[in-house]
Write a new protein. Structure first.
Lengths: 162, 162, 162
């Protein structure tokens, strides 16, 4: 989109909830549109963002999250948040809001980022821990690498841990 | 306080809990006292930190947070953390500790940071998602901007995601 | 291990759960092996990682964490995650996986990082808040410092907030 400006941003995605997946995707996208090189390293729960089985089913839980509001601005008491179906309800609500803002679902967003030149990496250690193979991840993931390789790739730029 | 030293720190505040609000405020304040330029970008749940209705009512939940201790050093079992009133109790406990250390409440802390030259920004996308207008935010928020503008503002400095 | 390359990485550890302790330790270790200077600043719940009483008993909770899977790939419903013993079960599961990958427990990992030249710092403010003294922390912690001193130490390198 814009010309490259020599700047680099490396994002470590370590969370697998819907509300912590989008900040990484939005920042990556914004950086690419500014001509900044982007690397994303998916580790721990962040692998859920690129795991074909889970990437489009990320959830946001109201439990233990005092920031979660009902549409009326009231917090959700833990005793209510615990009820079956509440996680699904809050997830559906957030997905609708994301859609209204014209942001794509996770798989399409990653494709968009990848097409714009963003590099996606799976963390070897976390994949071993979760018994995941390269084939379990979406095809936009360029490579599975270790933390040392990630440190090399991120040299000379900003690193953000989400 | 100190002279400017050309260094820059941009903090992305994405959490709305009391225990994740203070680290950002404390770091921003420390950086300003060192003569570092500070930008804070409030996004997702972090908007609760600058939302006039919520900023002084941030909570900390014991639920699903195994690090939360009782004063006797014991963890809080989830079955107990779930009881009505436990979130309020842990919140009150932490607020007292913060006060004892002479740290101001969130609104005054933000005023202090702003007066010292820190710039505060609301994230347009997150505000749209949560149906918030500029008027809903405290007056210390300088501007509502998008992620691309934030990437420009943060150029040449450190970026921290909280 | 490798020669120093003039690069610097400062990691702020603010979480006390097992799943958010290891990313910091793994990154610190990888950076040191790449010849990068490493500083770790333990604040808020992150103090649990260097508190002698808690460091080897960090837990991971399934509650309010929709990313947490059962071995069969199914999520853990909040009503089940709330049952006594579920936090212990998920913690034991993760500890086993970490061990299988030949990663040491937290105390040994910190010793390894310290021996390789990594500097460990306790955050004075958070220690005051939690009524901790230097003696409560493991001996690998080099010093207890304030946020301003940490800002000075981190100058000219990357800063990551976990």
């Amino acid at each position: 989109m814009t010309e490259e400006n020599g700047r680099k941003l490396s994002i470590i995605c370590s969370k697998g909830t819907l509300d912590m997946a989008y900040p990484g995707l939005v920042l990556a996208n914004a950086a690419l549109m500014e001509g900044i090189d982007v690397n994303i390293f998916f580790t721990f729960w962040g692998l859920d963002m690129v795991n074909k089985k889970t990437m489009n089913y990320l959830k946001v839980s109201p439990l233990g999250n005092p920031s979660m509001h009902m549409p009326n601005g009231m917090g959700i008491p833990n005793l209510v948040g615990m009820l079956p179906g509440m996680t699904d309800m809050t997830t559906t609500m957030m997905k609708k809001e994301i859609e209204k803002l014209d942001f794509p679902p996770v798989d399409e967003f990653l494709e968009m980022i990848h097409d714009a030149g963003g590099k996606l990496y799976g963390c070897r250690m976390a994949m071993d821990m979760m018994h995941l193979e390269k084939e379990d991840l979406c095809e936009e993931v360029d490579e599975v690498i270790g933390a040392m390789e990630f440190m090399e790739i991120s040299e000379g730029g900003n690193i953000i841990f989400i």
